[in-house]
Design a protein around this ligand. Structure first.
Ligand code: FAD
Length: 542
Protein backbone atom coordinates (compact mmCIF):
# COMPACT_ATOMS: atom_id res chain seq x y z
CA UNK A 1 0.00 0.00 0.00
CA UNK A 2 1.32 3.47 -0.93
CA UNK A 3 2.31 6.08 1.61
CA UNK A 4 -0.68 8.29 2.40
CA UNK A 5 1.50 11.11 3.67
CA UNK A 6 3.42 11.97 0.53
CA UNK A 7 0.38 12.15 -1.70
CA UNK A 8 -1.50 14.04 0.91
CA UNK A 9 1.18 16.64 1.43
CA UNK A 10 2.00 17.12 -2.22
CA UNK A 11 -1.47 17.18 -3.71
CA UNK A 12 -3.45 18.79 -0.96
CA UNK A 13 -1.34 21.56 0.41
CA UNK A 14 -4.32 23.79 0.99
CA UNK A 15 -6.27 21.12 2.82
CA UNK A 16 -3.13 20.34 4.81
CA UNK A 17 -2.83 23.95 5.95
CA UNK A 18 -6.49 24.03 6.97
CA UNK A 19 -6.18 20.80 8.97
CA UNK A 20 -2.93 22.01 10.47
CA UNK A 21 -4.70 25.15 11.68
CA UNK A 22 -7.56 23.12 13.11
CA UNK A 23 -5.21 20.82 14.99
CA UNK A 24 -3.14 23.61 16.43
CA UNK A 25 -6.18 25.60 17.41
CA UNK A 26 -7.90 22.62 18.90
CA UNK A 27 -5.10 21.45 21.19
CA UNK A 28 -6.60 21.27 24.64
CA UNK A 29 -6.08 24.77 25.97
CA UNK A 30 -6.98 24.92 29.66
CA UNK A 31 -4.93 24.15 32.73
CA UNK A 32 -7.56 22.32 34.73
CA UNK A 33 -6.44 19.05 36.23
CA UNK A 34 -8.53 16.77 34.07
CA UNK A 35 -8.07 13.86 36.39
CA UNK A 36 -8.95 15.53 39.66
CA UNK A 37 -12.44 14.07 39.89
CA UNK A 38 -12.34 10.30 40.13
CA UNK A 39 -16.02 9.71 39.29
CA UNK A 40 -16.77 7.48 36.32
CA UNK A 41 -18.57 10.10 34.29
CA UNK A 42 -16.42 13.21 34.56
CA UNK A 43 -17.32 15.42 31.61
CA UNK A 44 -13.83 16.52 30.62
CA UNK A 45 -14.48 17.25 26.98
CA UNK A 46 -17.80 18.67 25.77
CA UNK A 47 -19.95 15.69 24.82
CA UNK A 48 -20.75 15.22 21.15
CA UNK A 49 -24.14 16.03 19.80
CA UNK A 50 -26.74 13.35 19.11
CA UNK A 51 -25.09 10.94 21.57
CA UNK A 52 -28.23 8.82 21.77
CA UNK A 53 -28.03 7.90 18.06
CA UNK A 54 -24.42 6.74 18.22
CA UNK A 55 -24.87 3.24 19.64
CA UNK A 56 -27.50 2.43 17.02
CA UNK A 57 -25.31 3.85 14.28
CA UNK A 58 -22.38 1.67 15.43
CA UNK A 59 -24.71 -1.32 15.54
CA UNK A 60 -25.24 -1.00 11.79
CA UNK A 61 -21.61 -1.99 11.12
CA UNK A 62 -20.96 -5.50 9.87
CA UNK A 63 -18.14 -6.85 12.00
CA UNK A 64 -16.32 -10.08 12.75
CA UNK A 65 -16.22 -9.02 16.40
CA UNK A 66 -18.79 -6.97 18.33
CA UNK A 67 -19.48 -3.80 20.29
CA UNK A 68 -20.58 -3.73 23.89
CA UNK A 69 -22.55 -0.74 25.14
CA UNK A 70 -23.11 -1.74 28.76
CA UNK A 71 -20.94 -2.50 31.79
CA UNK A 72 -18.08 -0.40 30.43
CA UNK A 73 -16.52 0.71 33.71
CA UNK A 74 -13.44 -1.45 33.17
CA UNK A 75 -12.63 0.66 30.09
CA UNK A 76 -12.75 3.77 32.28
CA UNK A 77 -10.04 2.43 34.56
CA UNK A 78 -6.31 2.03 34.27
CA UNK A 79 -3.31 1.12 36.41
CA UNK A 80 -2.91 4.75 37.50
CA UNK A 81 -6.46 4.57 38.95
CA UNK A 82 -6.64 8.35 39.00
CA UNK A 83 -8.54 9.18 35.78
CA UNK A 84 -11.86 7.56 34.90
CA UNK A 85 -13.58 8.46 31.62
CA UNK A 86 -16.54 6.36 30.60
CA UNK A 87 -16.71 5.49 26.88
CA UNK A 88 -19.95 5.06 24.95
CA UNK A 89 -18.91 1.68 23.52
CA UNK A 90 -16.15 -0.90 23.61
CA UNK A 91 -15.20 -2.64 20.38
CA UNK A 92 -13.96 -6.22 20.71
CA UNK A 93 -12.39 -6.61 17.26
CA UNK A 94 -11.82 -10.02 15.74
CA UNK A 95 -10.13 -8.64 12.63
CA UNK A 96 -8.14 -5.65 11.43
CA UNK A 97 -11.05 -4.73 9.18
CA UNK A 98 -13.26 -4.34 12.31
CA UNK A 99 -10.92 -1.58 13.45
CA UNK A 100 -10.68 0.00 10.01
CA UNK A 101 -14.47 -0.08 9.47
CA UNK A 102 -15.10 1.47 12.88
CA UNK A 103 -12.67 4.31 12.25
CA UNK A 104 -14.09 4.94 8.77
CA UNK A 105 -17.59 4.99 10.20
CA UNK A 106 -16.58 7.51 12.86
CA UNK A 107 -14.94 9.67 10.18
CA UNK A 108 -18.13 9.45 8.13
CA UNK A 109 -20.11 10.65 11.15
CA UNK A 110 -17.62 13.30 12.11
CA UNK A 111 -19.64 16.26 10.89
CA UNK A 112 -22.22 15.53 13.60
CA UNK A 113 -20.26 13.92 16.44
CA UNK A 114 -17.06 14.36 18.38
CA UNK A 115 -16.65 10.62 18.77
CA UNK A 116 -13.05 9.55 19.41
CA UNK A 117 -11.26 6.18 19.54
CA UNK A 118 -8.76 4.82 22.05
CA UNK A 119 -6.88 1.58 21.55
CA UNK A 120 -6.60 -0.13 24.90
CA UNK A 121 -3.86 -2.67 25.49
CA UNK A 122 -3.95 -3.85 29.11
CA UNK A 123 -4.88 -0.39 30.36
CA UNK A 124 -1.61 -0.03 32.26
CA UNK A 125 -1.53 3.67 31.54
CA UNK A 126 -1.26 6.05 34.44
CA UNK A 127 -3.49 9.02 33.58
CA UNK A 128 -6.31 7.86 31.31
CA UNK A 129 -4.15 7.66 28.15
CA UNK A 130 -6.02 4.56 26.90
CA UNK A 131 -9.48 5.97 27.68
CA UNK A 132 -11.98 7.86 25.49
CA UNK A 133 -14.63 9.96 27.19
CA UNK A 134 -17.96 9.09 25.49
CA UNK A 135 -15.92 7.61 22.66
CA UNK A 136 -15.06 4.10 21.52
CA UNK A 137 -12.43 2.04 23.30
CA UNK A 138 -10.91 -0.80 21.27
CA UNK A 139 -10.03 -3.82 23.34
CA UNK A 140 -6.84 -4.76 21.47
CA UNK A 141 -6.39 -8.06 23.31
CA UNK A 142 -9.45 -9.49 21.54
CA UNK A 143 -7.93 -8.93 18.09
CA UNK A 144 -7.77 -12.38 16.58
CA UNK A 145 -4.59 -12.76 14.56
CA UNK A 146 -3.13 -15.94 13.23
CA UNK A 147 -0.88 -17.30 15.97
CA UNK A 148 2.56 -15.75 16.31
CA UNK A 149 4.85 -16.41 13.36
CA UNK A 150 8.49 -16.94 14.22
CA UNK A 151 11.19 -16.61 11.55
CA UNK A 152 14.16 -18.61 12.73
CA UNK A 153 16.62 -17.68 9.97
CA UNK A 154 19.67 -15.45 9.83
CA UNK A 155 17.72 -12.40 10.99
CA UNK A 156 15.19 -13.88 13.38
CA UNK A 157 11.95 -12.11 14.19
CA UNK A 158 8.43 -12.72 15.45
CA UNK A 159 5.21 -11.35 13.95
CA UNK A 160 2.65 -10.62 16.66
CA UNK A 161 -0.68 -8.90 17.12
CA UNK A 162 -0.64 -5.35 18.51
CA UNK A 163 -2.70 -6.63 21.45
CA UNK A 164 -0.29 -9.45 22.31
CA UNK A 165 1.28 -9.53 25.78
CA UNK A 166 5.07 -9.56 26.00
CA UNK A 167 4.94 -12.49 28.44
CA UNK A 168 3.25 -14.63 25.75
CA UNK A 169 5.88 -13.60 23.22
CA UNK A 170 8.60 -14.66 25.64
CA UNK A 171 7.10 -18.12 26.16
CA UNK A 172 6.47 -18.67 22.44
CA UNK A 173 9.87 -17.52 21.19
CA UNK A 174 11.71 -19.56 23.83
CA UNK A 175 10.37 -22.68 22.16
CA UNK A 176 12.76 -21.79 19.31
CA UNK A 177 15.64 -20.84 21.62
CA UNK A 178 14.99 -17.20 20.77
CA UNK A 179 13.81 -14.13 22.63
CA UNK A 180 13.19 -10.41 22.11
CA UNK A 181 16.25 -8.41 23.16
CA UNK A 182 14.76 -5.34 24.77
CA UNK A 183 12.19 -5.56 27.53
CA UNK A 184 10.16 -3.67 30.08
CA UNK A 185 10.46 -4.57 33.78
CA UNK A 186 6.94 -6.00 33.69
CA UNK A 187 5.79 -8.25 30.85
CA UNK A 188 2.00 -8.22 31.19
CA UNK A 189 1.87 -5.20 28.91
CA UNK A 190 0.86 -5.19 25.25
CA UNK A 191 3.07 -4.70 22.23
CA UNK A 192 0.93 -1.78 20.98
CA UNK A 193 0.98 -0.12 24.40
CA UNK A 194 4.74 -0.22 24.95
CA UNK A 195 5.60 0.61 21.32
CA UNK A 196 3.41 3.71 21.63
CA UNK A 197 5.70 4.84 24.45
CA UNK A 198 9.19 3.32 24.12
CA UNK A 199 9.63 0.24 26.30
CA UNK A 200 12.68 0.89 28.44
CA UNK A 201 14.43 -1.48 30.83
CA UNK A 202 17.89 -2.60 31.88
CA UNK A 203 18.72 -3.95 28.40
CA UNK A 204 18.12 -0.58 26.66
CA UNK A 205 21.73 0.57 27.14
CA UNK A 206 22.79 -2.14 24.72
CA UNK A 207 19.79 -2.73 22.43
CA UNK A 208 17.92 0.56 22.67
CA UNK A 209 14.30 0.64 23.83
CA UNK A 210 11.68 -1.72 22.38
CA UNK A 211 10.76 0.84 19.70
CA UNK A 212 14.25 0.37 18.24
CA UNK A 213 13.81 -3.39 17.96
CA UNK A 214 10.93 -3.46 15.50
CA UNK A 215 11.32 -4.25 11.78
CA UNK A 216 7.81 -3.63 10.53
CA UNK A 217 4.33 -2.58 11.66
CA UNK A 218 0.83 -2.91 10.33
CA UNK A 219 -1.15 0.17 11.33
CA UNK A 220 -4.75 1.35 10.94
CA UNK A 221 -4.44 5.10 10.60
CA UNK A 222 -6.91 7.72 11.80
CA UNK A 223 -8.20 7.69 8.20
CA UNK A 224 -9.14 4.03 8.58
CA UNK A 225 -6.47 2.91 6.09
CA UNK A 226 -4.53 -0.28 6.80
CA UNK A 227 -0.87 0.47 6.08
CA UNK A 228 2.23 -1.72 6.32
CA UNK A 229 5.24 0.35 7.26
CA UNK A 230 8.93 -0.11 8.02
CA UNK A 231 12.23 1.71 7.66
CA UNK A 232 11.96 1.14 3.89
CA UNK A 233 8.20 1.43 3.29
CA UNK A 234 6.06 4.32 4.57
CA UNK A 235 8.94 5.20 6.89
CA UNK A 236 7.36 8.45 8.07
CA UNK A 237 4.37 6.56 9.48
CA UNK A 238 6.62 3.82 10.89
CA UNK A 239 8.79 6.22 12.88
CA UNK A 240 5.81 8.41 13.75
CA UNK A 241 3.90 5.52 15.33
CA UNK A 242 6.92 4.28 17.32
CA UNK A 243 6.80 6.33 20.52
CA UNK A 244 3.87 8.23 18.96
CA UNK A 245 1.54 7.96 21.99
CA UNK A 246 -1.12 6.32 19.81
CA UNK A 247 -1.64 9.56 17.84
CA UNK A 248 -1.16 8.38 14.26
CA UNK A 249 -2.55 4.88 14.04
CA UNK A 250 -3.48 1.69 15.80
CA UNK A 251 -0.78 -0.98 15.70
CA UNK A 252 -2.41 -4.22 14.65
CA UNK A 253 0.77 -6.20 13.97
CA UNK A 254 4.44 -5.80 14.81
CA UNK A 255 7.54 -7.61 13.57
CA UNK A 256 9.93 -7.76 16.50
CA UNK A 257 13.62 -8.52 16.32
CA UNK A 258 14.82 -11.63 18.19
CA UNK A 259 18.17 -12.95 19.40
CA UNK A 260 19.41 -16.19 20.94
CA UNK A 261 18.01 -16.79 24.43
CA UNK A 262 20.02 -18.10 27.37
CA UNK A 263 18.54 -20.35 30.03
CA UNK A 264 19.67 -18.79 33.29
CA UNK A 265 20.70 -15.48 34.78
CA UNK A 266 23.13 -14.44 37.48
CA UNK A 267 21.47 -11.57 39.30
CA UNK A 268 23.65 -9.29 41.41
CA UNK A 269 23.05 -6.36 43.74
CA UNK A 270 25.58 -4.11 45.46
CA UNK A 271 25.23 -0.91 47.48
CA UNK A 272 26.85 2.50 47.46
CA UNK A 273 26.60 5.38 49.89
CA UNK A 274 27.97 8.01 47.46
CA UNK A 275 25.86 8.92 44.45
CA UNK A 276 28.84 9.88 42.32
CA UNK A 277 30.59 6.52 42.86
CA UNK A 278 27.36 4.71 42.07
CA UNK A 279 26.65 6.63 38.86
CA UNK A 280 30.30 6.43 37.74
CA UNK A 281 30.14 2.66 38.04
CA UNK A 282 26.81 2.50 36.20
CA UNK A 283 28.21 4.65 33.39
CA UNK A 284 31.39 2.57 33.27
CA UNK A 285 29.34 -0.63 32.88
CA UNK A 286 27.04 0.64 30.13
CA UNK A 287 30.09 1.76 28.14
CA UNK A 288 32.15 -1.45 28.58
CA UNK A 289 32.38 -4.22 26.06
CA UNK A 290 31.37 -7.65 27.31
CA UNK A 291 29.47 -6.00 30.15
CA UNK A 292 26.38 -7.27 31.95
CA UNK A 293 23.21 -7.93 29.92
CA UNK A 294 20.98 -5.83 32.16
CA UNK A 295 21.93 -2.81 34.24
CA UNK A 296 19.54 -0.89 36.46
CA UNK A 297 19.69 0.69 39.89
CA UNK A 298 17.53 2.11 42.62
CA UNK A 299 17.66 4.58 45.46
CA UNK A 300 16.75 3.83 49.06
CA UNK A 301 16.04 6.73 51.33
CA UNK A 302 15.64 6.21 55.03
CA UNK A 303 15.05 2.45 54.83
CA UNK A 304 15.83 0.04 57.65
CA UNK A 305 16.77 -3.62 57.57
CA UNK A 306 17.47 -3.43 53.87
CA UNK A 307 19.84 -6.34 53.42
CA UNK A 308 17.64 -8.59 55.54
CA UNK A 309 14.83 -8.04 53.04
CA UNK A 310 17.08 -9.23 50.23
CA UNK A 311 17.97 -12.49 51.97
CA UNK A 312 14.78 -14.25 50.90
CA UNK A 313 15.92 -14.22 47.27
CA UNK A 314 19.63 -13.26 47.29
CA UNK A 315 22.66 -14.69 49.09
CA UNK A 316 25.37 -12.47 50.54
CA UNK A 317 28.83 -13.20 49.15
CA UNK A 318 30.22 -12.74 52.66
CA UNK A 319 27.47 -13.51 55.21
CA UNK A 320 29.43 -12.31 58.26
CA UNK A 321 30.35 -8.94 56.81
CA UNK A 322 26.87 -8.51 55.39
CA UNK A 323 25.29 -9.09 58.80
CA UNK A 324 27.40 -6.24 60.20
CA UNK A 325 26.26 -3.73 57.61
CA UNK A 326 23.70 -1.19 58.82
CA UNK A 327 21.61 0.78 56.34
CA UNK A 328 19.56 2.71 58.87
CA UNK A 329 18.91 6.35 58.06
CA UNK A 330 21.27 6.61 55.10
CA UNK A 331 20.57 7.28 51.47
CA UNK A 332 21.85 4.25 49.64
CA UNK A 333 22.12 3.45 45.96
CA UNK A 334 21.77 -0.10 44.70
CA UNK A 335 23.35 -1.19 41.45
CA UNK A 336 21.51 -4.15 39.97
CA UNK A 337 23.18 -6.24 37.27
CA UNK A 338 22.37 -9.40 35.44
CA UNK A 339 24.35 -11.66 33.18
CA UNK A 340 22.55 -14.29 31.08
CA UNK A 341 24.18 -17.71 30.77
CA UNK A 342 23.76 -21.34 29.84
CA UNK A 343 24.63 -23.69 32.74
CA UNK A 344 27.31 -25.53 30.77
CA UNK A 345 29.31 -22.30 30.58
CA UNK A 346 29.16 -21.44 34.28
CA UNK A 347 32.96 -21.31 34.72
CA UNK A 348 33.48 -18.74 31.99
CA UNK A 349 30.56 -16.78 33.38
CA UNK A 350 32.01 -16.67 36.88
CA UNK A 351 35.35 -15.43 35.56
CA UNK A 352 33.64 -12.72 33.49
CA UNK A 353 31.60 -11.59 36.47
CA UNK A 354 34.60 -11.53 38.78
CA UNK A 355 36.43 -9.31 36.33
CA UNK A 356 33.51 -6.94 35.89
CA UNK A 357 32.96 -6.67 39.65
CA UNK A 358 36.65 -6.00 40.25
CA UNK A 359 36.28 -2.80 38.23
CA UNK A 360 33.56 -1.44 40.54
CA UNK A 361 33.73 0.53 43.79
CA UNK A 362 30.73 -0.69 45.78
CA UNK A 363 30.67 -1.34 49.56
CA UNK A 364 32.27 -4.84 49.65
CA UNK A 365 30.06 -6.25 52.41
CA UNK A 366 26.93 -5.56 50.34
CA UNK A 367 27.55 -7.94 47.44
CA UNK A 368 24.48 -10.18 47.06
CA UNK A 369 23.96 -12.79 44.35
CA UNK A 370 21.20 -14.98 43.04
CA UNK A 371 20.69 -17.44 40.19
CA UNK A 372 17.27 -17.82 38.58
CA UNK A 373 15.91 -18.88 35.21
CA UNK A 374 15.75 -16.38 32.35
CA UNK A 375 11.92 -16.45 32.50
CA UNK A 376 11.79 -15.99 36.28
CA UNK A 377 14.04 -12.96 35.99
CA UNK A 378 12.18 -11.31 33.14
CA UNK A 379 8.77 -11.99 34.71
CA UNK A 380 9.93 -10.91 38.19
CA UNK A 381 7.42 -8.08 38.70
CA UNK A 382 4.52 -10.47 38.14
CA UNK A 383 5.40 -12.18 41.44
CA UNK A 384 5.02 -8.85 43.23
CA UNK A 385 1.75 -8.30 41.35
CA UNK A 386 0.36 -11.59 42.66
CA UNK A 387 1.34 -10.70 46.24
CA UNK A 388 -0.03 -7.15 46.00
CA UNK A 389 -3.29 -8.32 44.40
CA UNK A 390 -3.83 -10.80 47.23
CA UNK A 391 -3.62 -7.90 49.69
CA UNK A 392 -5.79 -5.57 47.57
CA UNK A 393 -2.79 -3.32 47.01
CA UNK A 394 -2.45 -3.62 43.22
CA UNK A 395 -5.58 -1.63 42.41
CA UNK A 396 -4.66 1.45 44.44
CA UNK A 397 -3.88 4.78 42.71
CA UNK A 398 -0.39 4.90 41.15
CA UNK A 399 0.78 8.50 40.77
CA UNK A 400 4.00 7.49 39.01
CA UNK A 401 6.50 10.00 37.72
CA UNK A 402 9.07 8.94 35.10
CA UNK A 403 11.80 11.31 34.01
CA UNK A 404 14.71 11.27 31.59
CA UNK A 405 17.62 13.35 32.85
CA UNK A 406 20.76 14.20 30.86
CA UNK A 407 23.94 12.74 32.32
CA UNK A 408 25.56 16.16 32.75
CA UNK A 409 22.84 17.15 35.27
CA UNK A 410 22.15 13.87 37.06
CA UNK A 411 24.28 14.84 40.04
CA UNK A 412 22.32 18.12 40.44
CA UNK A 413 19.11 16.14 40.20
CA UNK A 414 20.19 13.62 42.84
CA UNK A 415 21.41 16.33 45.18
CA UNK A 416 18.24 18.41 44.83
CA UNK A 417 15.71 15.58 45.00
CA UNK A 418 16.92 12.61 47.08
CA UNK A 419 16.65 13.41 50.77
CA UNK A 420 15.47 16.97 50.07
CA UNK A 421 12.22 16.81 48.10
CA UNK A 422 11.85 13.06 48.57
CA UNK A 423 12.57 12.25 52.22
CA UNK A 424 11.77 8.54 52.09
CA UNK A 425 10.65 6.00 49.56
CA UNK A 426 8.07 4.22 51.64
CA UNK A 427 5.50 4.70 48.85
CA UNK A 428 7.39 2.59 46.34
CA UNK A 429 10.68 2.01 44.53
CA UNK A 430 12.71 4.75 42.87
CA UNK A 431 14.60 3.40 39.88
CA UNK A 432 17.61 5.18 38.43
CA UNK A 433 19.86 3.98 35.64
CA UNK A 434 21.68 5.36 32.60
CA UNK A 435 21.21 4.32 29.01
CA UNK A 436 23.51 4.87 26.10
CA UNK A 437 21.62 6.82 23.46
CA UNK A 438 24.12 5.98 20.73
CA UNK A 439 22.13 2.74 20.43
CA UNK A 440 18.82 4.60 20.00
CA UNK A 441 17.25 5.56 16.71
CA UNK A 442 16.33 9.23 16.90
CA UNK A 443 13.82 9.10 14.03
CA UNK A 444 10.97 7.87 16.26
CA UNK A 445 8.43 10.17 17.92
CA UNK A 446 9.95 9.56 21.34
CA UNK A 447 11.43 12.63 22.96
CA UNK A 448 14.65 12.42 24.98
CA UNK A 449 17.15 14.93 26.39
CA UNK A 450 19.90 15.94 24.00
CA UNK A 451 22.85 13.98 25.37
CA UNK A 452 24.51 10.68 24.56
CA UNK A 453 23.90 9.25 28.01
CA UNK A 454 20.59 9.85 29.75
CA UNK A 455 19.20 8.54 33.03
CA UNK A 456 15.76 7.08 33.53
CA UNK A 457 14.50 8.03 36.98
CA UNK A 458 11.19 6.40 37.91
CA UNK A 459 9.25 7.25 41.08
CA UNK A 460 6.93 4.23 41.19
CA UNK A 461 4.62 5.31 44.01
CA UNK A 462 1.45 3.67 45.28
CA UNK A 463 -1.12 5.67 47.25
CA UNK A 464 -2.29 3.43 50.07
CA UNK A 465 -5.97 3.39 50.94
CA UNK A 466 -7.19 5.50 53.84
CA UNK A 467 -4.26 7.93 53.79
CA UNK A 468 -3.62 11.32 52.18
CA UNK A 469 -1.05 9.45 50.08
CA UNK A 470 -2.33 10.41 46.65
CA UNK A 471 -2.41 14.12 47.32
CA UNK A 472 0.96 14.00 49.10
CA UNK A 473 2.64 12.07 46.30
CA UNK A 474 1.16 14.25 43.55
CA UNK A 475 2.34 17.38 45.36
CA UNK A 476 5.80 15.84 45.74
CA UNK A 477 5.84 14.93 42.04
CA UNK A 478 5.01 18.52 41.20
CA UNK A 479 7.87 19.71 43.43
CA UNK A 480 10.25 17.44 41.55
CA UNK A 481 9.02 18.79 38.20
CA UNK A 482 9.27 22.37 39.47
CA UNK A 483 12.81 21.70 40.67
CA UNK A 484 13.81 20.30 37.25
CA UNK A 485 12.31 23.32 35.49
CA UNK A 486 13.87 25.87 37.84
CA UNK A 487 17.30 24.28 37.69
CA UNK A 488 16.93 23.95 33.88
CA UNK A 489 18.06 20.35 33.94
CA UNK A 490 16.78 19.64 30.43
CA UNK A 491 14.66 16.78 31.81
CA UNK A 492 11.89 15.15 29.76
CA UNK A 493 8.96 13.18 31.06
CA UNK A 494 8.70 9.54 29.99
CA UNK A 495 5.09 8.26 29.75
CA UNK A 496 4.36 11.99 29.61
CA UNK A 497 1.28 13.70 30.95
CA UNK A 498 0.41 17.35 30.40
CA UNK A 499 -2.59 19.63 30.47
CA UNK A 500 -1.83 22.40 27.99
CA UNK A 501 -0.67 22.79 24.43
CA UNK A 502 2.27 24.89 25.59
CA UNK A 503 3.45 22.05 27.81
CA UNK A 504 3.21 19.54 24.93
CA UNK A 505 4.99 21.94 22.62
CA UNK A 506 7.79 22.35 25.18
CA UNK A 507 7.96 18.59 25.66
CA UNK A 508 8.40 17.93 21.94
CA UNK A 509 10.65 20.96 21.39
CA UNK A 510 12.01 20.93 17.84
CA UNK A 511 10.00 17.75 17.11
CA UNK A 512 6.64 19.46 17.72
CA UNK A 513 6.05 20.60 14.16
CA UNK A 514 6.80 17.15 12.76
CA UNK A 515 4.43 15.67 15.33
CA UNK A 516 1.63 18.07 14.32
CA UNK A 517 2.28 17.45 10.61
CA UNK A 518 2.09 13.71 11.13
CA UNK A 519 -1.13 14.16 13.04
CA UNK A 520 -2.69 16.07 10.20
CA UNK A 521 -1.46 13.48 7.70
CA UNK A 522 -2.57 10.31 9.48
CA UNK A 523 -5.33 11.39 11.85
CA UNK A 524 -6.54 14.73 10.50
CA UNK A 525 -9.69 14.86 12.62
CA UNK A 526 -7.79 13.91 15.80
CA UNK A 527 -9.90 10.83 16.45
CA UNK A 528 -7.17 8.68 17.98
CA UNK A 529 -5.92 8.38 21.58
CA UNK A 530 -7.81 11.37 23.04
CA UNK A 531 -6.70 10.34 26.55
CA UNK A 532 -3.21 11.66 25.83
CA UNK A 533 -4.83 15.14 25.67
CA UNK A 534 -2.51 16.43 22.97
CA UNK A 535 -5.16 17.22 20.35
CA UNK A 536 -8.88 17.64 20.60
CA UNK A 537 -11.14 16.18 17.95
CA UNK A 538 -12.03 18.59 15.19
CA UNK A 539 -15.30 18.75 13.29
CA UNK A 540 -14.71 17.70 9.71
CA UNK A 541 -14.40 20.27 6.93
CA UNK A 542 -16.00 19.20 3.70
P1 FAD B 1 -2.31 0.93 27.42
O1 FAD B 1 -2.16 1.56 28.73
O2 FAD B 1 -3.58 0.19 27.20
O3 FAD B 1 -2.11 2.00 26.26
C1 FAD B 1 -1.07 2.96 26.33
C2 FAD B 1 -1.23 3.99 25.19
O4 FAD B 1 -0.99 3.35 23.96
C3 FAD B 1 -2.64 4.58 25.09
O5 FAD B 1 -2.55 5.89 24.60
C4 FAD B 1 -3.31 3.69 24.08
O6 FAD B 1 -4.38 4.33 23.42
C5 FAD B 1 -2.16 3.37 23.15
N1 FAD B 1 -2.26 2.04 22.56
C6 FAD B 1 -2.51 0.87 23.17
N2 FAD B 1 -2.49 -0.13 22.28
C7 FAD B 1 -2.21 0.43 21.08
C8 FAD B 1 -2.05 -0.06 19.76
N3 FAD B 1 -2.17 -1.37 19.49
N4 FAD B 1 -1.77 0.81 18.78
C9 FAD B 1 -1.63 2.13 19.02
N5 FAD B 1 -1.79 2.66 20.25
C10 FAD B 1 -2.06 1.82 21.26
N6 FAD B 1 7.25 0.97 30.67
C11 FAD B 1 8.54 0.90 30.30
O7 FAD B 1 8.91 1.48 29.30
N7 FAD B 1 9.44 0.20 31.05
C12 FAD B 1 9.09 -0.51 32.15
O8 FAD B 1 9.93 -1.16 32.76
C13 FAD B 1 7.73 -0.47 32.55
N8 FAD B 1 7.32 -1.15 33.63
C14 FAD B 1 6.00 -1.11 33.99
C15 FAD B 1 5.59 -1.83 35.11
C16 FAD B 1 4.26 -1.83 35.48
C17 FAD B 1 3.83 -2.61 36.69
C18 FAD B 1 3.33 -1.06 34.73
C19 FAD B 1 1.88 -1.03 35.13
C20 FAD B 1 3.73 -0.33 33.64
C21 FAD B 1 5.08 -0.35 33.25
N9 FAD B 1 5.52 0.37 32.15
C22 FAD B 1 6.83 0.30 31.77
C23 FAD B 1 4.65 1.30 31.46
C24 FAD B 1 4.02 0.71 30.22
O9 FAD B 1 4.94 0.79 29.15
C25 FAD B 1 2.79 1.53 29.89
O10 FAD B 1 1.86 1.30 30.90
C26 FAD B 1 2.20 1.25 28.55
O11 FAD B 1 1.08 2.09 28.47
C27 FAD B 1 1.82 -0.18 28.25
O12 FAD B 1 0.65 -0.59 28.86
P2 FAD B 1 -0.54 -1.26 28.04
O13 FAD B 1 -0.03 -2.26 27.08
O14 FAD B 1 -1.54 -1.68 29.03
O15 FAD B 1 -1.07 -0.03 27.16
Amino acid sequence: MGSPVCGFLKQNNIIFLRFFAILVLSCIPDRTNLCSNPSFDTPTIPPHSSSSSIPSSLKTLTLDGYFSFENLKHAAKDFGNICHYLPIAVLHPKSVSDISSTIKHILYMSSVTKLTVAARGRGHSLQGQAQAYQGVVINMESLDRPSMYIENGEVPYVDVSGGELWINILHETLKYGLSPKSWTDYLHLTVGGTLSNAGISGQAFRHGPQINNVYQLEVVTGRGEVVTCSDKENADLFYGVLGGLGQFGIITRARISLGPAEKMVKWIRVLYSEFSTFSNDQEHLISSNNSFDYIEGFVMINRTGLLNNWRSSFNPKDPIQASQFSSDGKILYCLEMVKYFNPEKIDVLNQDIEKLLSELNYIPSTLFLSEVSYVEFLDRVHLSEIKLRSKGLWEVPHPWLNLLIPKSRIFDFAEGVFGNIVKDNNNGPILIYPVNKAKWNNRTSMVTPEEDIIYLVAFLSSALPGTDGLEHIMTQNQHILDFCAKAQLGAKQYLPHYHTQDEWRAHFGTQWETFVQRKSAYDPLAILAPGQRIFQKAISIT
